[in-house]
Write a protein that binds this ligand. Sequence first.
Ligand code: GDP
Ligand code: MG
Length: 711
Amino acid sequence: MKVYQTNEIKNIALIGGAKAGKTTLGEAMLFEGGVINRRGSVDDKNSVSDYREIELERQASVFSTVLYAEYAGKKINIIDAPGFDDFLGEVVSALKVADTAVMVINAQNGVEVGTEITWRHVARLQKPAIFAVNQLEHEKANFDEAVRQLKAQFGDKAIVAQYPVNAGTGFDSVVDVLKMKLYKFPAGGGKPEIQDIPESEKAKAEEFQNAMIEAAAESEEALMEVFFENGTLTPEELAKGIRQGISSRTMFPILCMSAKNNQGVNRFMEFIVENLPAPNEVEFTKTTEDKELPFEAGNPPVAFVFKTAIEPHLGEISFFKVFDGTITEAMDMLNSDTGSKERLSQLYAIAGKNRQKVEKVMPGDIAATIKLKDTHSNNTLTSSKNQGEKVSGVDYPAPKYRMAVKAKNTADEEKLATVLKELHNIDPTLIFEHSKELKQIILSGQGEMHLNVAKWMIENQHKVSIEFFPPKIPYRETITKPAKATYRHKKQSGGSGQFGEVHMMIEPYKEGKPDQTEFPIRGREEINLPWGGRLMFHNCIVGGAIDARFLPAILKGIMEKMEEGPLTGSYARDIIVNVYDGKMHPVDSNEISFKLAGRNAFKDAFKNAAPKIMEPIYDVEVMVPEEKMGDVMTDLQGRRALIMGMESEGNYQKIKAKVPLAEMNRYSTTLSSLTSGRASYGMTFAEYQQVPADVQDQLLKAYEEQEKEEE
Ligand SMILES: Nc1nc2c(ncn2[C@@H]2O[C@H](COP(=O)(O)OP(=O)(O)O)[C@@H](O)[C@H]2O)c(=O)[nH]1
Ligand SMILES: [Mg+2]
């Protein structure tokens, strides 16, 4: 395969709602680009892109697929991303390496949820974008309505570059506003016949052309002046303006096609090659040290691994984009994230299951290599000259759906941990954590479907049967008023006995709270608890009632109870313990006795100190279409939410609320069904708060029952 130079490369990501036809478009592009000589289809389960077992089973893309096509001496790298919100991580990583986002629109539906959600990331990352209005041969296709919605949603920067002459059944022609020609597609698809625009279409075509010329002129001051002077632009000026307008995001051209019939795809590829920016014509990516990576062939190489996958016959494949320098076959590189040395023994251009060996990868290009030892998605590879440089990472969406996971067969537990680690290395949005506190493995991801796909892979590819449970809630316990307790531990059995007596007063701790005045404090220890909050341990002993050497044992006993709170076995926090008196025995007192006395005195005092259970509260932000506001609010109120505010953003309302974690179980699924998938949300931990009395009663009862069962 030819080595493509930076200015001969176009990197695009196919994004948008599920079922718009992204995978079908990718397939047609591969066919037109000569990578495959037979067009497969998603419906016949033989497309290049959706080839994984899980995708065939679901007939939808779950992972992004890296493809390429050669067209007119240029290489188009295509990343076909999945459409469902659950796989947003794949969209975000695709956008990291694409220079232009191609938003595929289903002409039957116009702007869909997936369009809106993925667009937010296009906007956040300030990516150039174009619209591909697909399915124009469908009887329900409505191009004008799709354009109206695009403009309503994205503004007048969405601009018609092509329009269909006969959308719907029998569709075969579009007017191309850039070329001012009619493109007529043969029934079987492929190369169009280029004709003059018929008289009947001329006025409409000119109107769109004028709008396009004006938009092109707006891309540059100098062009604007020319335009004012001459009232128009020459074809060369227009072409330049369009290229600039796309790169600088002053226009988002709209193109037309039927991917299924391969109509318009050829011209679409020509448009890409002629008008989209090359990798070095958009804003440069930076390293984490804020250094620009300028796509210079002679610089020390920097490759960013945006995706890894395990393929049945190849093992682990790493897909990378070269952000600087040149990579050659058998090059030795260093992983800036894991520190491992890696040899890139073979380099490939990959199109789904097809691959071609390449000797060299120029800056800006996307390629793959295999058998790296310790390199994962989101890692950077460099040479020894620029060792340690990292491409500023992908901003993966925070997890929002959690489940506890357990191997059905306890013998599989260790294997499950290994498998989960492997899955995370491939998909960084799949996160697992061994919670010591909850004694559960918590798997979190983007939604129920995301976790179900993970389950499918764990069970089918790794042969470990698993079960999901609702995760336990990490409650905390604390007290709300002072209380005293004394405890005597005494044991006289045979030889040496045990004796220790402790008197203590405990109080609720709050930052800045003044010391109690009943007992003078002689020594203090402040413990920042690993699970949040504090324990203040005050020595108020007078006259040597207890030897100082026993104090650590008393504290140890208290800590044991702090770790397994008296109410529900949860961690306790924010307590002051004043040990003010006690008794020793000249022979029988030892550490163990004081530990037990300390522990039990604390437990007794705790129970009399109006103890309260605290629960984690999350800051939740929901983006919801205006007309669904009411339903979403009602649901939130049913979840004990405290609404903090509302703001409008376009056609959306952003609701901010504080919600107990215990009430957020399966929220993504509920929200999705309340809004037909049109809302999105995020949540982050805010604070601990006391649970209401009725909830506390329920929790106490549940703990009691659990204790009984375990006895
Ligand atoms: N009528 C029609 N159907 C299409 C077209 N493109 C794709 N489809 C169908 O739409 C469904 C989803 O296509 P797919 O490429 O998987 O969509 P994706 O989810 O965006 O990747 C499949 O049944 C395709 O055959 C098109 O241009 N016209
Ligand atoms: Mg797809």
